[in-house]
Each structure stands twice: as C-alpha cells, then as structure tokens.
Design a protein around this ligand. Structure first.
Ligand code: RUQ
Ligand code: CUA
Length: 669
C-alpha cells in the first residue's frame, strides 16, 4: 500500500466515518477502517479530499437531510426541492407549466390555478421563467409556511403552500409584462414584492419607443399577502411607478433598514436600442455611464400613501404615479457602479451590498447614511425629479473581489460570499461594522476565492439572506457545466456545486457536483428542514387543496357514490380506495356536461392514486384524503377506460373503470 493509506485513515476518522458504536467493520489496514475503503479509494483514484467530501455528503438510507434547497427551475416554470448536503432531488413542484405526475394542468384544481395566471386578454400561458424563490418570513427569518416565485417572462407571481408543496395561486401582474426584482418578502411577509425589469408603457398602453422617456415606466408591485388564507389579495395590493431605468434585483431591509427596499437598475442611460437603424445596441447603450442608480423605496410610507387614496387605478390595481412618489418622498436614488446586478442586505440590516457585473468591487452602502440623506433631502435630481443622494454620502466601503461579481449571501460568522461570474469563483470576504469582531480577519477584506465550474450566477448559503443565517455550506449555482458530466448532447445541464464553508481557517472546499438537467435555476434559498411541518396525509378525508377545506362535494361516505343526471349535466360522485373506483361504469351521452367528483378515502401515507382518462387529456393525482373535481364536456363518443396511474397495490392494474359516451345520432349525422 502506498503512503495515501494512513492519510486516508486519519482523515476518515476525523470526518467521523469510522465504525460507530455497534458497527462491526472488518479489521483493515487503516487504523480500524475496513480494508475495503482503502481498496475502493485506490481503485477509483480517490484523494483524501474526495473521501472527506464523500463522507460529508453521503446520506445513508433512511437518514434525512438537515437542509432543503428551494430552487427556481428557470424556464421550466417549476421549483425543485433538493436535500443538503446529499444534493438529492426530493421533489419538483409544478408552478407555471403543466406537469402530469402531479396532475397539474390536466383537469381538476391545478388547471384552475394555471388558468388564473393567463393574460388579461385571456391568452393562455403554459410556461414561465422562474427566477427568485422567496420563502415567507417572520421577523426576518424563514417561517417554513409559504414559498413565492416570480415569472420573469410574463410578470406573474405564484404562491406555494409548504403544507402540501402545491401551487395554490398565480397572480398575473395586471399592468406589466416583465419582472425580475422579486419575489422577496418584507420581514413579516406583509407584502411580497415583484420588481420590474424591462420598462414598457403601464397597463398595455401602446407607445412608440421614441416616447420612451415619457411613456415607458418601471413598476414595482407590492402584493398584499394574507397568511391565514395563504393567498395574495390583489385588491389590497398596490404598485409604484419607477423611472424607465430597467430595475434589476432588489431586497427588503430588516432591523435598522426595515421599511426600505433597495433595488438596482442597469439602464439609467435610458438606451432604447435599435441596432438595425444605426443606434447603439442595447449592450453598449445601456452600459455607457460609469454609474447606474440604486433605488431606495420607503415601502411602509408607500403603503400609507396608497391607502390614503393618492393613487390611480389601472386595470383594477392602485398605482402610485411617479410624481406622487417624488412628492411624498417615497423614492430616492444613489449612484452605484455601472451595470449592477444583485443588491443584498446584510443579516443585521445595516448594509446593502451591491455587486456590479462590470465593476470589480462590491460596493457597500450604509443604511444609516442613506437614512440621514433621505431625511436631509438632496438638491441633485434625476430627469424625473427624484432626489439623488451622492455616492460618497451613502457608501460605507468597497471591496475589490475580481471579475463579474453578481450576488452576495452571508453566514453567522461575519463572512459574505459573492458569486464571481467572469472569474468562475466564489469570493469569501469579511463584513465590517459590528461584524468586525466575529472573525479573525479585518472587516471589508477578501479572504478567499475558490474556483467553481463554471460561470456562477447566484449563490446561496444556509438561510443566508435572512436576519438569522446559519453556516457550513454554500451552494454555487453554475450556468455552465462544460466538462463536469458525461456528454448528453449539446444542451448541457447546469451545475450546482456544494461547498464546505464550515472552517474559515482552512478555507472553503468543493464537496459535490449536482447536475441540474431541467433549465437554468437562478436563485435558490436554503432552509433548515426542521422549520417545515408538511402534512403526511391530508388532515381530513375530502380535503380540497384548492380551498384548504373539506370540499362540500367530497364523497367521504362510500354509500354516497353514484351518478346523477340533471338535464344535460351529469354529476359523478366517486370515492377511491385500494383498489377500486366506485362506480366502475359511468354512462353518459355525447355532449353531456360532466362534473366528476373524486375523493381518496386513503389514510395510509404514500398511498397515492391517479385518475387518468385517456382521450380526454385528464390526469389527476389524488393523495391520501384528497378531493378534486374535474369538469368537461363529453364531446367524443366512444368507450374510454379510466385507470389509476400510480402502482398502488398488487391489484393496481385492476383499479379501472369504463366511461361510456353514447354517440349522439344528430351530432354524428
Ligand atoms: S438573476 S443569475 Cu434572476 Cu442573477 Cu439570474
Ligand atoms: Cu390506485 Cu393504482
């Protein structure tokens, strides 16, 4: 054996993967470690670091991950739930796109949820570009109750209930078509914020691009959230007009910055493109100036102004117009280095960290200085009359990190972690101010840069965007994976890399690569698993996840199963339990309106049934206790078996029935 063996043994022992009490390993060469470990390491060419990484991430069967990643699914329109540190995919939640496994969008309640998100014109939308998941918060910490996510392509917001991990509501922004700076919540989830991206005329007005400055606007939406109902209340929500500067990411203040929202912009030049007509292309026009504007919005005051009626209602939504926002001192600007991307508030709420794609620094703004500037006002104004607080009056520090800093998260040891897109690295640096004492290095200092593979976008740490971050792990969300995985053709997966950040002195280490073969996740949040208390089965038989109540039409008593005809409407009441639907013969006539109530009587965990009706594009997932109603017109005559799509028992294949649609002789003449 070569000299790697004793090193491995020591490392494995240190990592706690020697035999525990009760274990009966075979005696091996490595100080009590099974000889097989050494042999495998030799055969596979594993380094000591590899073995430690494996020991830190391996999750034995039946053991549970202590953290959950809630990941945007990018333009798959979904959300993914992943365990940390095992990086096992636990669930995909359908949000903006139909998904048959969950019976999402194939009849039943979820189809209604999807429909709510259609365009105001009625145009159907069946995909979304999810960017930023936002977990609900109480006092600035995740409370494990709800998850929100935005759709950048169509300006929509979805509400997911973490009791059953299902999408309950999609709201279409009534006045905008593009969003980005959301979703994120105010510290007690009073509002869910949906910030804008590409400016357009408000509320589907048509205006030529030559009227850009006068007619195009950014629009920040404050969706009022009712935690008891678990729904956004559009009537109590409001919007605020912003200048057409292409607002980007945003974050809500907390602690001393509670009440404020910070929002970047990257086209304060108001470039309007048109390369084909000899104009500077957007990429040049929108990055001409050395600085753009960090927007500071007083949302608490804005809510008061909205509620006092100083708004204009457009398409049912109250809007604080830009002149009102200026007159009421709701909006301030301060310059920030050119083409910024992320703005992230430190856990103590004292600083906002801005990372500029084209600037090698992170710029740290002091909330105290900003508040003083807001109180004093400024003679300097932008073309819309918005006061500009000079950069030297609001900035606290700058830290030079390298190329392409994008986003920053934090831990409980006074460190910040910034993703470096162009460098393909994660930069760890120290926070100053009150954080200065927490770690050995002086404040505002770069301490490590760890290469990642490759082109990192967002970054996440344990609850690292809250008032109470943890520590131990950082996740790098890499856009490119290039050579990290086996070739699966020219469309490559993204790469989530798990980093060990638990030992500052030793620096961060790479632990694990997880291929993400389902569109580009932008942001993720990592939450402690013990904050969640999801249902194991629905709490009562007949529970309708759409309403979070027992459905009045639920068939909780098998004796009430049956078929009722009323004119041309046929109502079917169908309970299901292993391994039958009752009734098994459903006879209707072509052209009948069908209202089909299905109730799972199961109380056993994981005893899910499906309900598939071939030829009618219907497929439901009925979890234990769940009730759903499907409505459709029996417009195709014929004999259609309906069957269960989950292998639920030994007699699963027998869980079937026939839907007889008797032809209408007149219609078929
Ligand atoms: S944004 S990295 Cu929505 Cu950074 Cu994608
Ligand atoms: Cu029920 Cu298969």
């Amino acid at each position: 054996m070569n000299r790697i063996v004793p090193t491995l043994a020591v490392l494995l022992l240190a990592a706690g993967c020697s035999q525990g009490p009760g274990a009966t390993p075979s005696p091996g060469a490595g100080g009590g470690l099974p000889a097989e470990v050494m042999q495998v390491a030799q055969e596979r060419g594993l380094t000591p670091d590899d073995l430690v990484a494996a020991a830190k991430t391996f999750m034995p069967t039946g053991k549970l991950d202590p953290y959950f990643i809630f990941s945007s699914g990018g333009h798959s329109g979904q959300v993914h739930v992943i365990g940390v540190p095992s990086m096992r995919l636990l669930k995909t939640i359908a949000v903006f796109a139909p998904e048959p496994w969950q019976g999402y969008g194939y009849g039943g309640g979820p189809s209604r949820v999807l429909k709510e998100g259609n365009m105001p014109s009625g145009k159907e939308l069946t995909w979304g570009d999810t960017h930023h998941p936002g977990l609900s918060e109480t006092k600035g910490s995740y409370d494990g109750k709800f998850l929100f996510i935005n759709d950048k392509a169509n300006a929509r917001l979805a509400v997911i209930d973490l009791r059953d991990f299902e999408t309950k509501q999609i709201v279409k922004n009534p006045n905008a078509i593009s969003d980005h700076g959301g979703s994120f919540v105010t510290p007690n989830t009073e509002y869910v914020i949906e910030g804008p991206q590409y400016a357009t005329p408000v509320g589907w007005e048509y205006a030529d691009i030559k009227d850009y400055k006068d007619k195009y606007r950014g629009l920040m939406t404050f969706w009022k959230f009712d935690p008891m109902k678990g729904r956004v209340i559009p009537e109590e929500s409001f919007q605020m007009e912003l200048p057409p500067y292409w607002q980007d990411l945003a974050d809500a203040g907390k602690g001393p910055s509670d009440g404020l929202i910070f929002c970047n912009s990257f086209n304060s030049e108001m470039a309007t493109g048109g390369i084909e007509s000899g104009n500077p292309p957007f990429e040049a026009g929108a990055s001409k100036n050395d600085t753009d504007f960090l927007h500071i919005i007083d949302w608490k005051k804005a809510a008061q102004v909205a509620n006092s009626g100083k708004t204009e209602t457009v398409n049912g939504m109250r809007i604080i117009k830009l002149p009102t926002a200026v007159a009421e001192s709701l909006l301030f600007l301060t310059p920030e280095p050119k083409s910024p991307h992320g703005v992230d508030v430190t856990p103590n709420g004292e600083f906002a960290v801005v990372a500029g794609k084209l600037d090698p620094h992170v710029t740290i703004f002091s909330v105290d200085k900003i508040r003083k500037g807001m109180a004093a006002g400024s003679q300097q104004k932008d073309p819309f009359g918005i006061p500009i607080l000079p950069l030297d009056s609001t900035m606290e520090a700058q830290v030079e990190l390298g190329l392409g800093p994008l986003h920053t998260v934090f831990d409980d040891k006074g460190y910040a972690y910034t993703s470096m897109f162009l460098d393909s690295a994660v930069a760890r640096w120290t926070l100053g101010g009150d954080y200065d004492k927490l770690n050995p290095e002086p404040g505002w200092t770069l301490v490590q840069k760890l290469p990642v593979h490759y082109n990192i976008g967002h970054i996440a740490s344990i609850e690292g965007d809250t008032a109470t971050p943890g520590n131990g792990f950082v996740v790098a969300l890499n856009k490119w994976s290039t050579d990290r995985f086996a070739n699966v053709g020219p469309l490559l997966p993204q790469n989530f890399q798990l980093l060990d950040s638990s030992k500052p002195g030793e620096g961060m280490k790479l632990l694990f690569d997880m291929p993400i073969g389902f569109a580009e996740p932008h942001y993720v949040q990592v939450m402690r698993a013990d904050r969640l208390k999801p249902f194991e089965v629905y709490p009562q038989v007949g529970y309708n996840p759409e309403t979070n109540q027992v459905d009045p039409k639920a068939v909780t008593d098998p004796k009430k199963a049956g078929i009722k005809r009323n004119g041309k409407t046929v109502e079917i009441s169908m309970p299901l339990i292993r391994s039958h639907f009752t009734p098994e013969h459903v006879r209707v006539k072509q052209g009948d309106k069908i209202i089909w109530h299905l109730t799972s009587l199961e109380r056993t965990r994981d005893a899910t049934h499906g309900f598939a009706l071939g030829g009618y594009n219907i497929n439901l997932s009925l979890e234990p206790g769940e009730h759903q109603t499907v409505e459709f017109v029996a417009d195709q005559p014929g004999i259609f078996p309906f069957y269960c799509t989950e292998f639920c028992s030994a007699l699963h294949l027998e869980m079937v029935g026939y839907f007889f649609v008797e032809p209408d002789p007149v219609a078929n003449k």
